[in-house]
Design a protein around this ligand. Structure first.
Ligand SMILES: [Mg+2]
Length: 238
């Protein structure tokens, strides 16, 4: 039985069998995730040492008319780590330094450039007309949402309060985006999406969304690449 279902009134999910296509078994995923932990957290540490990547430094400012109208992020292994299914769950706590922990003291960390990018979205006026969404297939939305509420990303803003749409349930991500499109009225062509699983990118790209694969979690290079790719797309159609 699914731990989470699609929300009432929204587009229904595909079956578990359909979802299974392209997904590894839970045991295999756990093994892969464990071995990736060091890599991902290593990436985060490396980013904090290198404050700006070469891509970021080389990136010219993008005119605001070329920015996406909606920026969507996967959560697990894209914005944060460990993945929700690897944790012991709520209640989550925050210490005096803002670090977030699950009920057994396992820390949930924002990966790479995630914190900097979310802060930019919350504070830079150039993003005032852009909405933020979280698009996750975690089976544990009842953990993900409280966790998001604990991450302070800018004065008066949490990771949760930054977003306009939270599609956090077990479906093909195309269904997540169909819900967002229906609720927001934003064209798929005006959306950008970052995800650490290639099949999610491939899937959502068929809708017309600019999708960026983030195998090492969210980095400034991914961010710069995504914005540039989206700007090129807008320039071509205008
Ligand atoms: Mg993920």
């Amino acid at each position: 039985m699914l731990r989470a279902c699609c929300l009432a009134g929204k587009i229904s999910c595909a079956s578990r069998g359909q979802r299974a296509a392209g997904l590894a078994s839970p045991a295999s995923r756990a093994h892969t995730a464990t071995s990736r932990r060091g890599i991902l957290l290593g990436t985060a540490a490396a980013f904090s040492r290198t404050k700006r990547s070469r891509a970021e430094e080389a990136m010219a400012p993008i005119p605001t008319e070329y920015l996406p109208k909606l920026v969507a992020f996967d959560l697990d292994s894209t914005l944060w780590y460990p993945e929700m299914y690897m944790l012991s769950g709520a209640p989550f706590k925050k210490d005096a330094k803002g670090a977030v922990f699950d009920r057994r003291g396992e820390q949930v960390e924002l990966l790479g450039a995630s914190a900097a990018i979310l802060k930019e979205l919350a504070t830079d006026p150039k993003w005032k007309d852009t909405q933020v969404a979280y698009v996750s297939r975690t089976e544990y939305p009842e953990w993900a949402i409280p966790c998001m509420k604990l991450f302070d990303i800018a004065p008066g803003k949490t990771m949760f309060s930054l977003s306009s749409y939270n599609e956090i349930h077990e479906c093909s991500k195309k269904y997540h985006f169909k819900n967002i499109h229906r609720a927001s009225g934003i064209d798929y062509e005006d959306m950008i999406f970052f995800d650490n699983e290639r099949y999610n990118c491939t899937d959502c790209q068929t809708l017309g969304i600019t999708c960026i694969y983030t195998p090492d979690g969210m980095t400034s290079s991914n961010w710069a690449e995504g914005l540039a790719k989206h700007a090129q797309k807008v320039a071509k159609r205008s």
